[in-house]
Design a protein around this ligand. Structure first.
Ligand SMILES: Nc1ncnc2c1ncn2[C@@H]1O[C@H](COP(=O)(O)OP(=O)(O)OP(=O)(O)O)[C@@H](O)[C@H]1O
Ligand SMILES: Nc1ncnc2c1ncn2[C@@H]1O[C@H](COP(=O)(O)OP(=O)(O)OP(=O)(O)O)[C@@H](O)[C@H]1O
Ligand SMILES: [Mg+2]
Ligand SMILES: [Mg+2]
Lengths: 254, 254
């Protein structure tokens, strides 16, 4: 189970969850995507209308609805399902904030589904609040999408501190699987410098290859697709497939 | 007083606050920037180390520290000051969540400074939580930075609903000043389509000109600068100066 987390906004968390999920399903894995963002961008990119869904992961958190009754199959590929989000999930943040054991709510929700899926990918919102904490507590490993710019670099230390807290208090097996270099601009030295320095400074593995910036990404969500579906031969799709193959070594065995 | 808000991550809220603030100070206005994001990206981009600051806007919210004692001058230009953020501000979110009248906390904090500044620009975090609500409640007008891609388009309706709620319950004078088209990719039809449809569908003024994507932006924050300082002759700097001039018509008179 992988949490995809980075509190900085717009660093391609959702894009990474969608593309990796699709690529792993293409490889024959049974994949569950979990949308933990009240803005429901993943849910929308998968072709659902979050404003028209009557049930979401919020109901699992607050009404104890079974995850199996909320899960939806994603059309266009076998073996890809989603636990969708809606704006109601903003209510979960308030509801969970003051309850003991709140950080384990997602883990409890997902436990009954453990045998139905080979891989679970959790899309976290741009914050280190209770929803992201739930993602980190439920997961075995963390993937950090990193946009190679100064403002993203700045947040990594804070994120690693938070992961350390979760390890100490809620999930002692949690480890960082690695960094995905997203929206990578190879034309500038700035991007390559930031990438090199993050790997070194924090001792994190940088998964290969970097995903380069491309105009093809912008069009995909509006079509209810990820880059791998929308532009299967593009460098972006190939990059995410290669990263999925790397992770699959882990997924198949765990 | 202008709140710069959009719950979508990474759509250049911070970049827009910094660049407009600097450009207005260049025009001789006395400008206060307020950082409402616990990630303190604006504070960092202005050349401060958020981890080394002993006081932030959090202390104003929670310890009733005077804003005048927390305010810092920004070096490099006259007439630019900041009410900085630190990670402590994450504590404010929890602290304010359950208190009556919590949405007016920022307005009360800023009231004593009203005569010291011509313009106040408020940088909101990527959420519609209590910190953004404070920004919207304190402000006279809202500026919406919009990255012209499908996932940003999706959030505009939700943001406008939130603004409407604030208008009804906390700040009946609040209005949307307009949209700033950020990170605009003129090469693709997608960007232009999204921009045109947002203006029409929500009846919002799109401030001219759009700010085009450029690699010059990434380097600025690490140097403690905005684009207007870092690359004063670049198209990005000129675009933000033009938008500042448009707003200045408002600021000078209000
Ligand atoms: N390699 C890329 N090249 C160009 N654009 C990209 C790339 N990857 C993602 N994008 C675009 O960047 C925008 C932000 O991506 P995304 O929404 O996945 O980020 P996020 O981290 O999930 O944002 P948030 O913090 O709001 O959850 C989207 O419009 C997406 O289509
Ligand atoms: N016109 C532009 N061209 C290229 N890059 C840009 C442009 N404007 C902003 N950026 C870069 O995009 C990234 C995101 O911008 P910024 O941090 O201002 O967004 P934000 O909306 O404040 O993010 P958050 O939601 O995390 O607060 C930054 O690294 C910034 O330097
Ligand atoms: Mg996202
Ligand atoms: Mg910001």
């Amino acid at each position: 189970m992988l949490a995809v987390a980075n509190q900085k906004g717009g660093v391609a968390k959702t894009t990474t969850v969608h593309a990796l999920g699709f690529a792993l399903a293409e490889r024959g894995r049974r994949v569950l995507l979990v949308d933990l963002d009240p803005q429901a961008c993943l849910t929308f990119s998968l072709g659902f209308d979050p404003d028209a869904l009557d049930r979401s992961v919020h109901d699992c958190f607050v009404r104890k609805t079974k995850a199996a009754d909320v899960c939806r199959q994603v059309s266009g590929v076998d073996g890809l399902a989603v636990l969708p989000a809606t704006i109601d999930l903003a209510g979960s943040e308030v509801h969970l904030l003051t309850r003991t054991g709140r950080e384990h709510t997602l883990a409890r929700t997902l436990a009954p589904l453990a045998d139905d899926f080979d891989v679970v990918l959790i899309d976290c919102p741009p914050s280190l609040g209770v929803l992201t904490i739930n993602g980190l507590t439920a997961a075995a490993e963390v993937i950090v999408p990193l946009q190679c710019e100064a403002l993203s670099h700045r947040g990594v230390g804070q994120l690693l501190d938070t992961i350390e807290d979760v390890r100490l208090f809620a999930n002692d097996g949690l480890r960082v699987r690695g960094v995905v270099a997203t929206m990578f601009d190879e034309r500038t030295r700035h991007g390559r410098d930031v990438l090199a320095s993050v790997g070194e400074r924090y001792g994190l593995e940088v998964l290969d290859p970097p995903v380069r910036k491309s105009v093809r990404f912008a069009e995909a969500p509006a079509r209810g697709m990820c880059i791998v579906q929308h532009a299967p031969r593009s460098p972006g799709a190939e990059a995410y497939r290669a990263i999925a193959a790397t992770l699959d070594g882990v997924a198949a065995g765990s």
